[in-house]
Design a protein around this ligand. Structure first.
Ligand code: NAD
Ligand code: MG
Length: 414
């Protein structure tokens, strides 16, 4: 594949010997905690250069102690005192605010695990990539917000982008070292989320509690809401397009409620390879942490006879319009994915705060994309800085628009 996921392991520390130095961005989140679980089980195999969290000083301090990190950085500058106090008596360095997050991200390391949620992950992940650090990418918003400059930078610096998102990790493994020209199709599976069998009307009225109940995965709130409306799969299609340098027409989605098959690659001779595993993020996380060496994990082993049946369905674009919108945005290219990502983050926040209904999320994102196409905001960003500038503009607009609709008593933007 013409991709930034280099096939040869020559520069990896696993090939050079252990321990492997890790920076963990988003250490207190769902992916972060699963990563910590694996690191704690193998203290000889890994050393932790830095951990980063958003706001929760106590949780970050616990993680920093658990993995004996050298440095802990919290994004919320006002949490400095609390973090300092919680780490008193240790040798762990403490920092707070966006500069401290960047300082953590660029520490000398063999692998940076990018597991901050949302576009907040873009700047620190990019800072590491620009220095040529290998990055294990759980944060899909990086490639949706700034895919082209990210891939260009990885190529320029020789940094490897390892896919940690389960579908992309499965595809990466299923690809092996295949020649890109022989790939006919790449398929991401989707669980279908909690609303898989619901009517369009019922989905429109779904509450945050209902959207936050995922059938197969325990994840952070933003990705769980994205999954409920299948926007998550849309973001993942854009992610796959950049990660594997695959044309949008070759990408597709199949709904697979058991979440056992995560991704498939179809080749020109009719062969299909797939990545399977129990739905446990420790599997793709371990694959990235050890790559190209396989680690041992306590994840449940796949027992196909016990599962009995694996089922597959076509996605329903009528009931899940976010998937269609993301495909249109991918086809439209330019800066549209950046706009989609920013508007979606604010709309999801507004839904969780009960300012808009569930159907208001996709409606708002579609309107934000249309507005950005008209006024030129959606032109292709030539750098990560430009992408973040567009991200900022769209967020401000979305906040204003969603606050205004709430004030006028309407639930959606029409
Ligand atoms: P989460 O909400 O559980 O955790 C987010 C982490 O980011 C926390 O550590 C939080 O403190 C940190 N954070 C938030 N804002 C920050 C900021 N401004 N600066 C620094 N840190 C900040 O989210 P999650 O479910 O772990 O997901 C993380 C990323 O991984 C997302 O992009 C998600 O799409 C992706 N992902 C998650 C899963 C999963 O199973 N949870 C699977 C695949 C991909
Ligand atoms: Mg995924």
């Amino acid at each position: 594949m013409a991709t930034s996921t280099k096939a040869t392991p020559s520069s990896s520390s696993a090939a050079r010997g252990r321990p492997r130095r890790i920076v963990l961005l988003g250490a207190t989140g769902s992916v972060g905690r699963s990563t910590v679980d694996l690191l704690e089980r193998d203290p000889e195999g890994f050393s932790v250069a830095a951990v980063v969290g958003g706001r929760d000083a106590a949780a970050l301090a616990r993680v920093a102690r658990a993995v004996n990190a050298e440095f802990a950085a919290i994004s919320d500058a006002s949490a400095y005192g609390a973090l300092k106090e919680a780490l008193a008596g240790t040798n762990i360095g403490v920092g707070a605010g966006p500069e401290a997050v960047i300082e953590a991200a660029v520490r000398e390391a063999d692998l940076v695990v990018s597991a901050i949620v949302g576009a907040a992950g873009v700047a620190p992940t990019y800072a590491a990539l620009a220095l040529g650090r290998d990055v294990a990418l759980a944060n899909k918003e990086c490639l949706v917000c700034a895919g082209i400059p990210f891939i260009k930078t990885a190529k320029r610096t020789g940094a490897r982008l390892l896919p940690m998102d389960s579908e992309h990790n499965a595809i990466f493994q299923a690809l092996g070292g295949a020649d890109a020209a022989t790939v006919e199709r790449m398929t991401l599976t989707a669980s279908g989320g909690p609303f898989r069998t619901w009517s369009r009307e019922a989905i429109a009225r779904a509450t945050p509690e209902q959207a936050l109940t995922h059938p197969n995965w325990a994840m952070g709130p933003k990705i769980t809401v994205d999954s409920a409306g299948m926007m998550n799969k849309g973001l993942e299609l854009i992610e796959a397009h950049h990660l594997f340098a695959v044309a949008a027409e070759k990408l597709d989605v199949v709904v697979h409620p058991q979440s056992v098959v995560h991704g498939l690659v179809s080749f020109s001779d009719g062969s299909v390879t797939a990545g399977l595993a129990a739905p446990d993020m420790r599997v793709p996380i371990a694959h990235c942490l050890g790559y190209p060496v396989r680690l041992e994990t306590p994840a449940p082993r796949l027992d196909l006879a016990a599962i009995g049946a694996l089922t597959f369905e076509k996605p329903d674009f009528e009931r899940f319009p976010a998937l269609r919108l993301a495909l249109d945005v991918l086809a439209g290219g330019g800066g549209l994915p950046t706009v989609l990502n920013a508007a979606n983050e604010i709309a999801v926040e507004s839904f969780l705060a009960r300012r808009i209904g569930f159907d208001g999320i996709v409606r708002h994102v579609a309107e934000a994309c249309e507005a950005a196409l008209k006024d030129g905001t959606a032109r292709e960003p030539s750098s990560v800085e430009e992408a973040l500038h567009v991200d900022h503009i769209v967020r401000e607009r979305s906040r204003g628009a969603l606050a205004a609709t709430t004030a006028s008593g309407m639930l959606t933007l029409q």
